[in-house]
Design a protein around this ligand. Structure first.
Ligand code: PMP
Length: 348
C-alpha cells in the first residue's frame, strides 16, 4: 500500500550519493568532498545519516533508527511528506481546524489541495466528516496531539481507528507530547504501516534554535524520505549540540515537571482573575484563553513588553489568545500585567 502513496518520480529517484555516504570510516585523509582542509570546527560536511544523534534518540525513545528520519525542524519533514506523496494539482491532504497551519503552507507550496475539516466541539477529529471528505487522491490525513492551539490530546483508540479506516498516510504531530502523561502514538507504529509520528526537539527539549524534528514511520517510508531529503540537511553543529544536550536527561525531566506545575498555576490564576470567557485545559506548554477584548488585551500586554499570540479561528475559537508557559519569573510578570489590565478595565 505504501508505494501506491508515493509519487512515481520519487519511487524512481536516483538519490544524490554524497562523499560521506561512500566513505564512513574515520581518521582518513579526506580529499573526497572538496572541503577546506583547515580545521575550524565546521570545515567538514556533516554525517548525512546523523548516525550518532539518531542512536541517542533511539536509546531515549526505544525506537530502532531504521524507523527514524531527522529534519531541519519537523517543518522540513512535513514538506518532505507532502512533496513525496502529493502530485501537484492532483492530490490532496486533509487537516483539521483549528490546528497547526504549517501543513497548509507546505501543501500550497507543493500545489496540493488542502481539505479542511472542523474539529468537533470537543476538539477531536470528526471521523464522519473525514470519511465524506477523503477520496482516492487523499495522500495524508493530519492529526495533532496535543493539538495546537487547543492543547488537548486525541485518544489513541481514535488514532488507531483513523489509521485502520483510511488507506493513506496518517500523520500524528506530537510536537508537545512530552508535556502530557497520555501515551504517544509511537506505541501504534508496529501495527499501522501508514502511521507517521512527528516529534521535535524544539519544545520539551528546548532546542528550537537548532531546528531538529524527528519523524518515525515504517522502514520503507523512512527509506524513501531519506532519499528525497537534502543530503546534509542537519548541520554538524546542530548534531553535536543536540547530542550533548540530549545527555542531560535529568535536567530535561526536571524542566518539564516545572513547566507542568507552572501550567497548573497559570490555569488557576487565570480562572481567579475572571477576565476570560473561557480557559481551555491544556496538555501542552501553552494555554488557550478567550475574551471578546482579545485585541485590547494583546495590545496592553505589548505595552508591558509581553508577547502572546492571537488565535481567532472561528467557528471553534472566537477571540482566542494562546499563551506559552514561561519561566516562573516570566509567569509572575504576566500575572502582574493581567492584574493591572483587570484593574484598568474595572475603572472604565
Ligand atoms: N508541530 C506543531 C503542532 C507545532 O505547534 C510546531 C511549532 N509551533 C511544530 C510542529 C514545529 O516544530 P519544529 O520546530 O520542529 O519545526
Amino acid at each position: 500500500m505504501l508505494t501506491q502513496l508515493i509519487r512515481k518520480n520519487i519511487l524512481q529517484l536516483q538519490p544524490y550519493v554524497s562523499a560521506r555516504d561512500e566513505y564512513q570510516g574515520e581518521e582518513a585523509i579526506l580529499l573526497d568532498a572538496n572541503e577546506n582542509p583547515y580545521d575550524n570546527g565546521c570545515n567538514r560536511y556533516p554525517d548525512p545519516r546523523q548516525k550518532a544523534l539518531k542512536e541517542k534518540i533511539a536509546e531515549i525513545k526505544g525506537i530502532d533508527v531504521r524507523h527514524m528520519i531527522l529534519g531541519n525542524g519537523s517543518d522540513e519533514i512535513i514538506d518532505l511528506l507532502i512533496r513525496s506523496t502529493c502530485r501537484p494539482n492532483i492530490d490532496n491532504i486533509i487537516v483539521f481546524s483549528p490546528g497547526y497551519s504549517m501543513y497548509e503552507v507546505s501543501a500550497a507550496v507543493n500545489e496540493a489541495e488542502v481539505r479542511k475539516i472542523n474539529l468537533t466541539a470537543d476538539f477531536l477529529p470528526d471521523t464522519k466528516a473525514l470519511s465524506l471528505t477523503r477520496d482516492a487522491a487523499t495522500k495524508i490525513i493530519v492529526l495533532c496531539s496535543p493539538n495546537n492551539p487547543t492543547g488537548n490530546i486525541t485518544p489513541l483508540p481514535l488514532i488507531a481507528d483513523i489509521c485502520r479506516e483510511n488507506p493513506c498516510l496518517v500523520v500524528v504531530d506530537e510536537a508537545y507530547i512530552d508535556f502530557t502523561d497520555a501515551p504517544s502514538a509511537l506505541t501504534l507504529l508496529d501495527k499501522y504501516p501508514n502511521l507517521v509520528v512527528l516529534q521535535t526537539l524544539s519544545k520539551s527539549w528546548g532546542m528550537a534554535g537548532l531546528r531538529l524534528g524527528v519523524g518515525y514511520a515504517d522502514k520503507q517510508l523512512i527509506d524513501i524520505l531519506n532519499r528525497v531529503k537534502a543530503p546534509y540537511n542537519i548541520s554538524s553543529l546542530s548534531q553535536k549540540t543536540a547530542l550533548s544536550l540530549l545527555a542531560g536527561y535529568d535536567t530535561f525531566t526536571h524542566k518539564i515537571e516545572t513547566l507542568k506545575r507552572e501550567r497548573t498555576r497559570l490555569f488557576k490564576a487565570f480562572a481567579t482573575l475572571g477576565i476570560f470567557t473561557k480557559i481551555y485545559p491544556s496538555e501542552a506548554n501553552f494555554i488557550l484563553v478567550t475574551t471578546e477584548k482579545y485585541r485590547e488585551l494583546y495590545d496592553f500586554l505589548i505595552t508591558q513588553k509581553i508577547v502572546v499570540r492571537i488565535r481567532h479561528i472561528p467557528p471553534l475559537i472566537e477571540y482566542g489568545i494562546r499563551i506559552s508557559v514561561g519561566t516562573e519569573e516570566e509567569n509572575a510578570q504576566l500575572l502582574e500585567a493581567l492584574t493591572t489590565y483587570k484593574t484598568n478595565i474595572e475603572k472604565l
